[in-house]
Ligand binder design. Structure first.
Ligand code: AHG
Ligand code: MN
Ligand code: MN
Length: 336
């Protein structure tokens, strides 16, 4: 196959996708450079002292791992200088990240999870970076929270990087989903998965069954549907759960299946599950819908949810359209 770089792909789609402007191409290329640097650090994590915990606790109340912090710093440092953003929001930062006055500003806002799957960092299981891009809604001035708290339908681009057996990037600008694989010998992401389309129904379900005791009835019924033979396939789905959302999502995107992170009742204060709407659910919802799949919180499309706070969480059912529709049907009766 002729080797097509990300820039060529964007220019090829220039007319079709309003996002494929020169500015957006530059923005994506800056993000790619940050991801290449993160990938380099991840690939040598075992050799230098960047494994383990920093001793800090982040805004999510989670132990911060050195690589979380390193990836976060790399992306912020790089993207502040891109001259295309007016603000950023990271899973690791409590508040909006402003662009210092000495750097040129643009009208895009980048929201990201710098390192997804942190619990897997020290045990050499694939992890990733998830990103979402929206355009600011005011013409100028200080970016305000309401410009960052935009529903998923407003995203102009979204995607993720996976640091695994190879480093891959998958993204959409609303004109299909395309996957690129990093060729380390030339340092370029080359088109390896053009026009990704997710199978309508899969053979895999991904959920942490260790929380069975914290689930409600609809969740147990939904999980039982996939693990018993009582489904349209007449045989059980396989359970695959890596513990890195980006990796579980990517496998299901390519070969079909459903990822579920339902609400659970471990912590009565947080009955909405663990995953974050803005930095995890929205970007992957944009990708999966562009690939013909679906993403729901059990009640409505993820991309319809009007965010009310920066780090709000949401239950997540995402993947093959028919599997998501079935899983969500177990909650319908409850809300009826
Ligand atoms: P992050 O490392 O960014 O906090 O994300 C971890 C998330 C997600 O990647 C994964 O699917 C989920 O946590 C696993 O959670 P459990 O360990 O509770 O199953
Ligand atoms: Mn994450
Ligand atoms: Mn993270």
């Amino acid at each position: 196959m002729r080797q097509i770089t990300v820039t060529e792909q964007l220019l090829l789609h220039q007319k079709a996708s309003p996002m494929a402007t020169g500015r957006f191409t530059r923005l994506l290329n800056e993000l790619i450079l940050a991801a290449k640097i993160v990938s380099r650090e991840v690939n040598k994590a075992g050799l230098v002292n960047i494994l383990g915990l920093t001793g800090d606790v982040n805004v999510q109340g989670e132990q911060v791992r050195k690589l979380d912090e390193l990836a976060n710093g790399i992306i912020i440092h790089r993207m502040q200088r891109a001259g295309l953003l007016c603000a950023m929001a990271s899973e690791e930062n409590a508040d909006i990240i402003e662009i210092p006055p000495q750097f040129a500003h643009g009208d895009y806002i980048l929201l990201f999870d710098p390192l997804d799957g942190s619990s897997n960092i020290d045990v050499n299981v694939s992890i990733g970076t998830i990103f979402s891009i929206v355009r600011r809604t005011h013409d100028e001035g200080q970016v305000c929270m309401e410009e960052v708290l935009q529903k998923g339908e407003n995203q102009v681009a979204a995607g993720y990087f996976i640091y695994g057996s190879s480093t891959m990037m998958v993204y959409t600008t609303g004109d299909g989903v395309h996957g690129f694989t990093l060729d380390p010998s030339v340092g370029e992401f080359l088109l390896s998965h053009p026009n990704i389309s997710i199978p309508e129904r899969g053979r895999v379900y991904s959920v942490n069954e260790g929380y069975w005791n914290y689930w409600d009835e609809p969740t147990r019924n939904a999980v039982n549907y996939f693990k018993s033979g009582r489904n349209k396939r007449r045989k059980p789905y396989s359970l695959r759960y890596i513990g890195s959302l980006v990796s579980d999502f990517h496998r299901n995107l390519l070969s079909g299946g459903i990822f579920m992170y339902p609400r659970d009742f471990r912590d009565p204060k947080k009955p909405y599950g663990k995953l974050r709407l803005l930095c995890e659910a929205n970007p992957l919802a944009f990708v999966v819908e562009q690939a013909g799949g679906a993403a729901s919180d059990g009640d409505r499309r993820i991309m319809e949810i009007e965010p009310s706070e920066l780090h709000q969480r949401t239950p997540l059912f995402i993947g093959s359209r028919e599997d998501v529709r079935t899983a969500v049907s177990f909650y319908k009766d409850q809300s009826a």
